[in-house]
Every structure is written in structure tokens, then in C-alpha cells.
Design a protein around this ligand. Structure first.
Ligand SMILES: Nc1ncnc2c1ncn2[C@@H]1O[C@H](COP(=O)(O)OP(=O)(O)OP(=O)(O)O)[C@@H](O)[C@H]1O
Ligand SMILES: [Mg+2]
Length: 341
């Protein structure tokens, strides 16, 4: 994506002496749906707060639509924010909840009515306008919160784990809803989630954060198939991760020669459990654990390479705990990592 809409430039964010985000660079295009993904405490909310204007950067710059907004106050940025706890006004109807921000801006009459109705309709709640939040399901309340932000026509809509309060079915529903509303309105969205499946399903691009910095930025396919570091690899399910030194796998028992040359410049190699070949190959392991997962069966092997996780078709004969198995880590299947750490 080339056209810069929102740009974070060497952004450093701190709470007192605690630096939460360091030298963060991120460029987002208009209309993009970007997911911020990463472990607890890595700086996702902090980054969002700075974009919204709720936290002043220690250094760095934020530009939006061609203007430097680093020092612009939160209420002048026209950035919407939906948090996990989306606190609707309990005594107001759906209609009045959605109208609230617009009224504050001095919008009234037919203009107000048209915008509120369009907002409520866009999240599929047209017939619920007169209800109070307590008369709605969790997912419906969430949609009111979304409509309430959308009607303000924000330049950027920030969503901080907006779906984490919902049960699995509602989450799926809301996920589709978010994607639809975003594509229909073209609003630029940044979405924080703990759930990598959600990020993969929703986002145009995923930003993986770790320790206040960015580990990798890419499309869902890139992040899922071409992780650049051991952290991202493990995060997206390449659970067998090794460092490479002089073309050899680094293992607890010392370097292990591969039977084919590893890709040049790779600092590590990673395999998903289902990429491990069980039953043949140059390595030997002992089954320490096994678990049935419907279509597949997972094995945990004790091996000279360290613990190895393998996943095979559950229709194949199972191997009891304690049995000895040969296995292979096929080089063609491995993800080459450009950073190990
Ligand atoms: N008000 C605060 N005062 C001091 N430190 C804070 C404050 N808020 C957050 N931090 C620290 O800043 C770091 C980043 O926190 P942040 O809330 O951005 O993490 P996060 O990625 O959103 O995590 P989570 O997934 O748990 O929500 C953490 O180490 C956290 O302890
Ligand atoms: Mg957070």
C-alpha cells in the first residue's frame, strides 16, 4: 500500500520512567483494516491511546491525512475509539445512545435523525432503536457501540479488543459485521486483538508487536506462512523452532547437520506440527504424550533435538506412549527465519 493516511514516526511512549513503546514506525493507508496482535503488555493499548490523543508521546510524530496531529488534543482529532468495555448509557435508548455524540457536536433536527438512523441500520439494529441496552444481547450492545462511533464519521476508528466479551458465536457474527461495515463505509480501522485467528480473518494487514516494538508487518498470508522471527513463528503455530548456526540446527545436544543445505541467510528454521513426518526419517524420538483432536492426533516426542510436536491424520494407527519412532523435519516445508531471537 502506498498512499499514507496515518503515519506513526519513531513514536516513543512512556508512563513516567516506564517506556512502553519504543521508536515505533507504522504507515497505514486510507480504508485499511489493520490488526495489532501481540502478547499482553507489548504496547497495543498504549499505541492506540497515543493515536487517539489520550497519551502524549515522549518523542516521535503522528500525522493523519497530511497534518501533524502529535500535539492536537483528543477531541479535535476526529478519531473514534471503541474499547472492550463499551459502556453504553443504560438509561438511554439505542437511538439516543447513538445520537449522543452528534448532539454534543451541535447536530440536530433532520440531519441528526438521518445520521442516527443510517448508523443504526448499518449495524442491523433498525428495529431495536427504541430499546434500552439492558434489553439487548451482548453482541447487539456491541453493535450499538460500533454505530455510536461510526456516526461521528471518524477519520480512523480504533477498536481495542471489542469482541473479547462475547461468546464464540457472537464473536464470529460481530467479526463479519465489522468487516462488512468497514468495507461499506471505507473507514480506516485499527483493531487490537489477542486472537490470531481473528486477526487473520479480519485484517488487510497484521502488525505483530513484542516488547513495545514491531516484530513483523504483513498480510495475513505473509504472517501465517512467512514468519520472520522465532517469536512470530511460534505465535502462528510453527511450534518446532530452531536456531541455525553455520547451516546446522542448534539443539540441546549440540549442532545437528541437516541432510540438505538450509536457505542462505536463514538464522532459524521452523516447522508446524503437521509438517513433521512421523514414521520415517533420519531422527529418532520417544512418544511422551499424545492427544486426539478429531481429524488429527498430536504427538509430543522426546528427541535429541529437544521436544518435537507432530500432528498426523487421526485415521492412521496410533503410537502408544513410550514407543520409539523415527521422524523427519523436511527442509522444503520449513519456514526460514531471518531473525532467530
Ligand atoms: N497507566 C500505566 N502506568 C504505567 N505503566 C503502564 C500503564 N499502562 C500500561 N503500562 C505498561 O505499559 C506496557 C504496555 O501496556 P499496554 O496496555 O499497552 O499493553 P497491551 O499490549 O495493550 O496489553 P494487553 O494485551 O494486556 O491489553 C505494559 O508493560 C504495562 O504494564
Ligand atoms: Mg491492551
Amino acid at each position: 500500500m502506498s498512499d499514507t493516511y496515518l503515519q506513526l514516526d519513531k513514536l516513543t511512549l512512556a508512563y513516567g520512567d516506564t517506556v512502553a513503546v519504543k521508536d515505533l514506525d507504522l504507515t497505514i493507508s486510507k480504508g485499511e483494516l489493520v490488526a495489532l496482535l501481540g502478547p499482553s503488555g507489548c504496547g497495543k493499548t498504549t499505541t492506540m491511546r497515543s493515536i487517539a490523543g489520550l497519551l502524549n508521546p515522549s518523542s516521535g510524530r503522528i500525522t493523519l491525512d497530511g497534518s501533524d496531529i502529535t500535539r492536537v488534543s483528543a477531541n479535535k482529532r476526529n478519531i473514534g475509539l471503541v474499547f472492550q468495555s463499551y459502556a453504553l448509557f443504560p438509561h438511554l435508548t439505542v437511538y439516543e445512545n447513538v445520537a449522543f455524540g452528534l448532539r454534543l457536536k451541535g447536530i440536530g433536527g433532520q440531519d441528526l435523525d438521518a445520521r442516527v438512523n443510517a448508523g443504526i441500520k448499518s449495524v442491523g439494529l433498525a428495529s431495536f432503536a427504541a430499546r434500552k441496552p439492558t434489553e439487548l444481547s451482548g453482541g447487539q450492545q456491541q453493535r450499538v457501540a460500533l454505530a455510536r462511533s461510526m456516526v461521528m464519521e471518524p477519520k480512523v476508528l480504533l477498536l481495542d479488543e471489542p469482541l473479547s466479551n462475547l461468546d464464540a458465536r457472537l464473536r464470529l457474527e460481530m467479526r463479519a459485521e465489522l468487516q462488512r461495515v468497514q468495507k461499506e463505509t471505507g473507514v480506516t480501522m485499527i483493531f487490537v486483538t489477542h486472537d490470531q485467528i481473528e486477526a487473520l480473518a479480519l485484517a488487510d494487514r497484521i502488525v505483530v508487536m513484542l516488547n513495545g516494538g514491531i516484530e513483523q508487518i504483513g498480510t495475513p498470508e505473509e504472517i501465517y506462512n512467512q514468519p520472520v522471527s522465532a517469536f512470530v513463528a511460534d505465535f502462528v503455530g510453527f511450534e518446532n523452532v530452531f536456531a541455525l548456526e553455520n547451516g546446522k540446527l542448534v539443539t540441546p545436544q549440540g549442532p545437528i547437520e541437516l541432510h540438505a543445505p538450509a536457505p542462505q541467510a536463514a538464522k532459524g528454521l521452523a516447522w508446524r506440527p503437521r509438517m513433521v513426518v512421523l514414521g520415517s526419517g533420519p531422527f529418532q524420538g520417544t512418544v511422551r504424550g499424545t492427544s486426539f483432536a478429531g481429524n488429527t492426533r498430536e504427538y509430543l516426542l522426546d528427541t535429541p533435538l529437544g521436544p518435537i510436536k507432530a500432528e498426523v491424520d487421526a485415521a492412521l494407527p496410533s503410537h502408544p506412549i513410550g514407543s520409539s519412532l523415527s521422524f523427519d523435519l523436511p527442509l522444503v516445508a520449513a519456514a526460514p527465519l531471518s531473525r532467530y531471537r
